[in-house]
Ligand binder design. Structure first.
Ligand SMILES: [Zn+2]
Length: 367
């Protein structure tokens, strides 16, 4: 009798423990299947689908004469698929040779167990074709586009350039990025759990959509001519920089916007001064580059000075507050309110009429 109660107790304890454990496991199951399902589904999908992106062709930048100022060049991205490589040593040697990379870099990427590993992007098409010709299994050569500026320095600070992912960094390239960039496509391949492509499973391609072309008011010929002139003036005056802005006053269209020294858009991270960025801190380097990329026409203020005398003197004539024959004396300065305005001629221009004041560009008379 005594013994039986003891057994009964034991059974109840074990039974309760079993129920509790099943409850915990069941709860965990519910948690994984309902709350975490998205995460695991994605994980499985990543394993079974291999995605490679197809870069969209970026829209071109074209001037008013139809001259293409920013274009695309076909380049290749080289990747490896670990599970498909038959002879890793041969692949490593070939990639080192063709891509001019260190063996250590290539080996690390080739031997890494992943569904796809990018070795190098922005590879010249000729090199990509050469790699494709080896026909090594597990080596993928995908074509994409790289920004290319046919005229190197022309209107560099206006056009701007793009980064490694083809996104605009400065200038029109960043201002109109959303219109220019286009939409990337994808190549989707189904694989089994080991990453081997499933035979007969069709490759799904979502083609990329090219970006829009941007047509600007700039004129290639006027821009080139203005750039030559600016360079000539910079040389003659020993100036640090010279800017020229040519605008149609009827509608505000900009025909030319020059800021010399310009920089090479195909090599925007090399200083145009010839100074090496080596030994500079990251901050110094960035400051120097920002200075070089700066579009002075747009970013700097410049007091109109004597060029504005045309407007003030015309206004004075039109309002009849003065006439062409009015006499006026310039002692070299004039006190207006609390300040002393000086003429550029320290001793003063003396007596002069309106015509001579304009001829002398006398500060007191006209401003
Ligand atoms: Zn004067």
């Amino acid at each position: 009798m005594h013994c039986k109660t003891f057994h009964k107790k034991k059974i109840v304890i074990i039974f309760t423990a079993c129920i509790l454990m099943m409850g915990i496991l069941g709860g965990r199951l519910v948690y994984l299947m309902i709350f975490e399902s998205e995460y695991y589904q994605k994980l499985a999908q990543d394993l079974h689908e291999r995605e490679r992106s197809i870069k969209a062709a970026r829209g071109r930048i074209i001037d008013r004469t139809g001259t293409v100022l920013a274009d695309n060049r076909t380049v290749c991205t080289i990747s490896v698929i670990h599970s498909q490589i038959k002879d890793p040593e041969a692949v490593i040697q070939m990639l080192c040779k063709e891509l001019e990379l260190s063996e250590e870099t290539v080996r690390r990427r080739v031997e890494k167990v992943s569904s796809i590993e990018r070795i190098k992007s922005n590879v010249d098409k000729e090199v990509g074709d050469a790699i494709r010709a080896y026909q090594y299994e597990g080596v993928k050569v995908d074509e994409d586009f790289k920004r290319y500026y046919p005229y190197n320095e022309l209107a560099s600070k206006v056009l701007g350039f793009t980064g490694s992912d083809n996104q605009g960094i400065i200038g029109l390239e960043v201002k109109y990025d959303e219109y220019l960039e286009g939409i990337s496509g994808t190549i989707l391949t189904l694989t089994d759990a080991r990453g081997v492509e499933i035979e007969n499973a069709k490759e799904e391609r979502m083609e990329s959509i090219p970006g829009n072309d941007l047509i600007i008011s700039l004129d290639y010929n006027i821009q080139s001519y203005a750039q030559q002139e600016a360079l000539r003036v910079m040389e003659a005056k020993q100036a640090d920089y010279v800017s020229i802005l040519i605008m149609n006053p009827q509608n505000g269209e900009i025909y030319a916007c020059v800021n010399v020294p310009e920089f090479n858009l195909n090599d925007p991270f090399t200083l145009n001064s010839g100074v090496s960025t080596e030994g500079m801190t990251e901050q110094q380097k960035q400051d120097a580059l920002n200075q070089m990329w700066r579009n002075q026409c747009v970013n700097d203020t410049y007091e109109p000075g004597s060029t504005f005398k045309v407007f003030t003197s015309s206004a004075a004539l039109m309002s009849k507050t003065t006439s062409v024959n009015d006499q006026f004396s310039c002692p070299g300065f004039k006190i207006v309110e609390d300040r002393r305005i000086r003429c550029h001629k320290v001793g003063g221009h003396g007596g002069q009429d309106f015509t001579h004041a304009i001829m002398n560009s006398c500060n007191l008379y006209i401003q």
